[in-house]
Design a binder for this molecule. Structure first.
Ligand code: URA
Ligand code: SF4
Length: 291
């Protein structure tokens, strides 16, 4: 494992840790998502979802059934045109993301955050996800493991995803910066700017229907606004022109799970659940009825 403070120019070789490849991290990635869940799996998922909703949001919500995302029609690719995120197959997307991670991000020295990192944290999940969650930057646990949202905030994010009737494998989880800011401070504007191209390209490849921004840094960067999360959350926004093929993607800003953990009030939990339910509706997922 690369040691903290190593020279940036050496990159971040990780001979004794498994490579962090998209879809191969921790949970095996099922490229086609073709395996129909068995009744037993569905029961287990439903139970897990109930626990997640109760834990996250209180017991006054009825869980959605475990569900798979609706299959999107792949538009036919116009002759002679290079594939874009909208026309790439899931395998092509996985390859493109894996190459960006291996060839560019892992050895990146474009900003000073490379000096303190142990591992870069590219992001993980379904390369063809309909929904991408964007956080701020890796914390201590993420820096050590090379995986996004695996600490306490990550546990809550996992619960939020489970409460939607989805799994981490069905969404993509990324961050504004791929290296840990020291002391968990927010990334500085020049660090966000240096890392920006990676996020834009991730979004172009994945071509999600919805982006959920978690907290201020990702909301303000992606929506090009200085308005705070408390005002922005809960209303769908449209992604401005941050790159070809991205304009108009629906963005739902919501609270960062680390903030919810610090302010674990019924009101904040209700707000975040309401934001997630709007995302579920936008993805044609069944919104649970309240009893
Ligand atoms: N907080 C973030 O914003 N991202 C992570 O990956 C973990 C915690
Ligand atoms: Fe490169 Fe982003 Fe890490 Fe800065 S934070 S060194 S731009 S990968």
């Amino acid at each position: 494992m690369a040691s903290a403070g190593m020279a940036c120019s050496v990159g971040s070789p990780m001979p004794d840790t498994p490579p962090v490849l998209v879809g191969r991290v921790g949970m095996p990635y099922n490229p086609g998502m073709t395996d129909a869940p068995s009744e037993y799996d569905q029961l287990i998922s439903a139970a897990g979802q109930l626990v997640a909703i109760e834990g996250l949001l209180g017991a006054d919500f009825v869980p959605a059934r475990p569900q798979s995302l609706p299959q999107l029609q792949q538009p036919a690719q116009p002759a002679g045109q290079a594939p874009t995120g909208a026309t790439m197959t899931r395998d092509q997307k996985a390859d493109a993301l894996g190459e960006m991670d291996a060839n560019e991000v892992k050895g990146c020295v474009k900003c000073g955050l490379c000096k303190g990192r142990t591992n870069t944290v590219f992001g993980e999940g379904d390369p063809d996800a309909d929904v991408v969650f964007v956080g701020e930057g890796p914390g201590a646990d993420e820096d050590v493991t090379g995986r996004p949202f695996v600490g306490r905030a990550g546990e809550l994010l996992t619960k939020m995803i489970t409460a939607m009737g989805l799994s981490r494998r069905q969404v993509f989880i990324a961050n504004i910066v791929k290296c840990r800011p020291p002391g968990n401070r927010a990334p500085a504007p020049e660090e966000v700017a240096a890392c920006w191209g990676y996020l834009v390209r991730q979004l172009q490849i994945i071509a999600p229907k919805v982006i959920v921004t978690l907290g201020n840094p990702s909301t303000q960067a992606l929506l090009n606004t200085r308005v705070g999360i408390t005002k922005m959350r809960g209303t769908f926004q449209e992604l401005p022109h941050i790159g070809p093929d991205l304009e108009g993607i629906r963005v739902m800003p919501t609270f960062h799970p680390a903030y919810i953990l610090r302010q674990y009030t019924p009101e904040n939990r209700r707000k975040v659940w309401s934001d997630l339910q709007q995302v579920m509706a936008a993805l044609s997922l069944t919104v649970p009825d309240r009893k």
